[in-house]
Ligand binder design. Structure first.
Ligand SMILES: [Zn+2]
Length: 161
């Protein structure tokens, strides 16, 4: 599988995802951020989770970033693009990325940490789900892992659901 992005590009993308996640936290959103990067490493879109402000349980950072990128590029296919997410994508986000043609995904914190921070999952990790797909997904964890883990543990889920 082609590895089109350098480690430097990936780290820059994750820094963008972390920065937008912090913006979201300041607005009272859940601590998740995501970035879409072009095959050549150009930043296309970033987004944080907006599930709280929009009362939309599907408004995860990854889904928002994919939508932003598609709107910006005026296309619904992101083949060759990368998704960088501060946390291991949930089944919905992994599926959305795959449907958009994304085959390369980098994330920071894994689902164990997500759960530890109080954000529920559906009992299957992105890695496990990806194995069930007909397409091959290149999932790369622990990109700026410490920073992404710290973001989650600093912003554990509060009482309000
Ligand atoms: Zn998700």
């Amino acid at each position: 599988m082609p590895q089109t992005l350098s480690d430097w590009n990936l780290k820059q993308s994750m820094k963008s995802a972390l920065a937008v996640a912090e913006e979201g936290v300041q607005k009272g959103e859940n601590p998740f951020g995501a970035a879409i990067v072009s095959p050549s490493g150009e930043p296309i879109a970033v987004a944080h989770n907006t599930a709280r402000s929009t009362n939309n349980p599907s408004a995860h950072a990854e889904v928002n970033a994919i939508a932003n990128a598609c709107e910006k590029l005026q296309q619904r296919d992101l083949s060759g693009h990368w998704l960088a997410a501060t946390a291991e994508p949930c089944p919905m986000c992994l599926s959305a990325a795959a449907l958009a043609g994304i085959r390369h995904i980098a994330f920071g914190a894994n689902q164990v940490v997500v759960k530890e921070a109080g954000y529920g999952g559906l009992g299957i990790t992105g890695r496990e789900l990806a194995k069930l797909f007909a397409c091959e997904i290149d999932l790369r964890g622990s990109v700026l892992g410490n920073e992404c883990i710290a973001l989650l543990l600093r912003n554990r889920k509060r009482g309000r659901a």
